[in-house]
Design a binder for this molecule. Structure first.
Ligand code: ZN
Length: 688
């Protein structure tokens, strides 16, 4: 008898009588995918047909000792008893049982929020099943901003950036209010208490300052500490109440970490503590005390703190984190193209070793994308190191991650976004994962017949970075990539040409290959420069095409891509709300910024707007050699970065800047109901 002859009956999915939201959702996902991958309902397990999938705490699972309460949180199991298959786990573990079943047994793959692969329908013939597991890492958050909850849950991530996992996914590893980081100013806002209790805030150059970005607290002020403890206790009550009304377990962790500022207190008492214990030790002594006070009433809770900026260095003189404190070590000094134990990462390696010994609960805040907007879509071959790095972390007591995988403009342009997410989530779940096998699985499934050529391009990239011994920080400049110009770039472009030819006609694969190529095209663009006029002028135009220098424009929040009717639908950058935004009024600014001299070069602002698209002349000013970008609008939300060749050509010269702009609406005393400013082109001309 052959296997298919056994496949006679359709399968069934059995849920408990009163399923919890996560049991219900897990069963729904199972049905959704089985409907696609199973041909005519034909399933066999261990030679048995008439297969029933029991999802969650139904009577069959409970009777066989597989009740959810018998599992650890997030633990999951897939076990067959003849033709009955139990999929269950602790808490959200039931969802993981289903996602493992779909991924490992049915071949479904989730790559990112809007991209998945589901195999063609065929009879599903499985051997007897008996698997059990639990994600190795306690907190697994690949920060994609407001990324979708469903993808996160299917990928078995238990953190999801700003969009917390809801009860249909069994909740997640969530922080209680007010936020997951930089919370000092949320507990003790300078805006509210700065005038009443100036002594609670950091003394900097003789002045008391505070605020999320501007200052810190005076940590040796006992009265402030008591107030702070009271505020954290209020947050804990609020967090428990909010969770209850959302049908979720109460949060287990609250953040009590420093503001995002380098202005630490210089009062005598704080200075003495910093000198004795180091900045991180000074902060930890305060944070340990807060955690001890609140933890006395709430022994189940954890309190997270940051080792960030200057406090990344571990403490001295015997300070260590209390057992209920989670230290989140930010990796802002890494060499992005080498593993943690490789060249350029000596500082972080030392911190991991030391912090790993000085605290029971160490988390890493890892940067998996380049975070300087103009270069955040540039190539860096970190995928070859990901598994080694995370494995090292996991061997050194790291129990959680927040992995930054987003940037201000367009997340998707982050280099090899899908592959890197795939590798990171796999190694977070299981440090013993076979890196080569995961990589091969990704390439074969994601690029199909183009896999070999895309991989070839990435190997060329890696070889070039190795040959040049590049130490690439998390916020690199354009000129750090120009070494790729020449044979490397040509070879990579040729590989991508071959890749594109192999998937021609398959829209899905064509798009994937194009995305993979984007970072290489952007380097190509930097090396080629912009459109050069007959008079030597250099011009850049807003465009969505990744191969244009369009990405030289970086806009944050205030501007977005739009299609302009007056220009026949051409792509422009248009302000979202010029009526409500102070910085977009007249006079409309244009300035250049030299980050080396930390100097602003001012051009003439526009004082009068005219109807329709017009070239506006911002006049002439001398560019310093280090000018990196110009910005239009006073809040610097529209920036235009200069590729190195252009900057070199203009540096030290008198330069005229002109821009093709359109103003509309009452803000500019022009026709239109709503005010807006749009940008199409910017031109630089040397007038020396
Ligand atoms: Zn102080």
């Amino acid at each position: 008898m052959n296997a298919t002859a056994l496949l006679l009956a359709a399968f069934s999915i059995v849920s408990p009588n009163a399923p919890t939201p996560v049991e219900k959702n897990a069963a729904k996902e199972l049905a959704h995918y089985l409907d696609m991958v199973v041909l005519n309902g034909k399933v066999s397990v261990g030679g048995n047909t008439n297969v029933a999938f029991h999802v969650g705490d139904d009577n069959f699972a409970v009777a066989r000792g597989l009740k959810s309460s018998s599992f650890a949180e997030e633990e999951w199991a897939i076990k067959s008893f003849g033709g009955d298959v139990v999929l269950n786990g602790g808490g959200r573990g039931v969802f993981y049982a289903v996602s493992h079943f779909l991924e490992d047994e049915c071949g479904v793959r989730w790559w990112k929020d809007d991209d998945e692969d589901v195999p063609d329908a065929k009879p599903l013939v499985l051997a007897a099943l008996d698997r059990r597991g639990k994600p190795f890492t306690l907190c697994r958050d690949i920060y994609r901003g407001w990324g979708g909850r469903r993808f996160a849950a299917l990928a078995r991530l238990n953190g999801n950036g700003e969009a917390k996992l809801t009860k249909e996914f069994g909740g997640g590893f969530v922080y209680g209010p007010p936020y997951h980081c930089h919370t000092w100013d949320r507990y003790v806002p300078f805006a509210k208490y700065g005038s009443v209790h100036p002594e609670w805030f950091s003394l900097v150059d003789g002045k008391r300052i505070g605020g999320l970005i501007e200052g810190q607290l005076c940590l040796t002020n006992r009265e402030m500490m008591d107030f702070f403890i009271g505020e954290v206790e209020k947050s804990v009550e609020k967090g428990a109440a909010e969770a209850k009304s959302a049908g979720l377990p109460a949060p287990r962790i609250y953040d009590i970490s420093m503001n995002d500022s380098g202005n630490h207190c210089q009062c005598d008492a704080c200075k003495a503590e910093i000198a004795r214990y180091g900045l991180s030790g000074y902060q930890l002594r305060f944070e340990n005390a807060v955690a001890a006070a609140v933890g006395a009433k709430h022994p189940e809770l954890f309190f997270s703190v940051l080792a960030y900026g200057e406090s990344e260095a571990s403490p001295s003189n015997g300070v260590r984190a209390a057992d209920n404190v989670v230290v989140k070590l930010c990796n802002t000094r890494q060499n992005m193209v080498e593993p943690i134990a490789g060249p350029g990462n000596e500082f972080m390696l030392k911190q991991i070793d030391e912090w790993g010994r000085l605290c029971k609960n160490l988390f890493v805040w890892e940067y998996a994308t380049l975070c300087h907007p103009p270069t955040s879509g540039f190539p860096f071959p970190s995928e070859f190191n990901i598994v080694d790095t995370y494995r090292y972390y996991e061997e050194h007591n790291v129990k959680g991650y927040l992995v930054e995988m987003t940037h201000a403009v367009r997340s998707e342009v982050s280099d090899m976004y899908e592959l890197k997410i795939y590798l990171i989530r796999k190694v977070m779940e299981d440090p013993s994962v076979d890196a080569k096998a995961v990589m091969r699985d990704f390439y074969d499934r994601y690029y199909g017949p183009a896999a070999r050529d895309v991989y070839e391009a990435r190997k060329i990239l890696r070889h070039a970075f190795k040959r040049e011994k590049v130490n690439l920080g998390w916020m690199p400049k354009f000129r750090e990539f120009t070494f790729l110009d020449g044979p490397d770039l040509e070879a990579m472009k040729a590989a991508f040409d071959r890749a594109a030819a192999k998937v021609a006609g398959d829209a899905k694969l064509e798009k994937r290959v194009r995305l993979a190529r984007g970072s290489i095209d952007r380097v190509d663009c930097v090396c080629r420069g912009w459109k050069i006029g007959e008079d030597g002028s250099q011009e850049c135009q807003v465009s969505r095409d990744l191969r244009d220098p369009s990405w030289c424009f970086a806009f944050y929040g205030t501007f977005q891509f739009a299609e302009d009717g007056d220009l026949g639908g051409a792509v422009v950058a248009k302000s979202k709300d010029a009526d409500g935004n102070k910085s977009l009024g007249l006079p409309f600014d244009c300035e250049a910024w030299d980050p080396v001299l930390k100097k602003v070069i001012k051009f003439n602002p526009i004082r009068k707007a005219e109807v329709g698209w017009k070239w506006y002349d911002f006049g002439v000013a001398e560019f310093t050699p280090g000018v990196e970008y110009i910005h239009l609008s006073r809040d610097w939300t529209m920036q235009l970065y200069l590729p190195p060749k252009n900057a070199d050509a203009l540096g030290g010269k008198k330069v005229r800047i002109e821009a093709l702009l359109k103003f509309e609406g009452p803000r500019y005393s022009l026709p239109g109901d709503k005010s807006a400013v749009s940008v199409r082109n910017v031109r630089f001309t040397s007038v020396d």
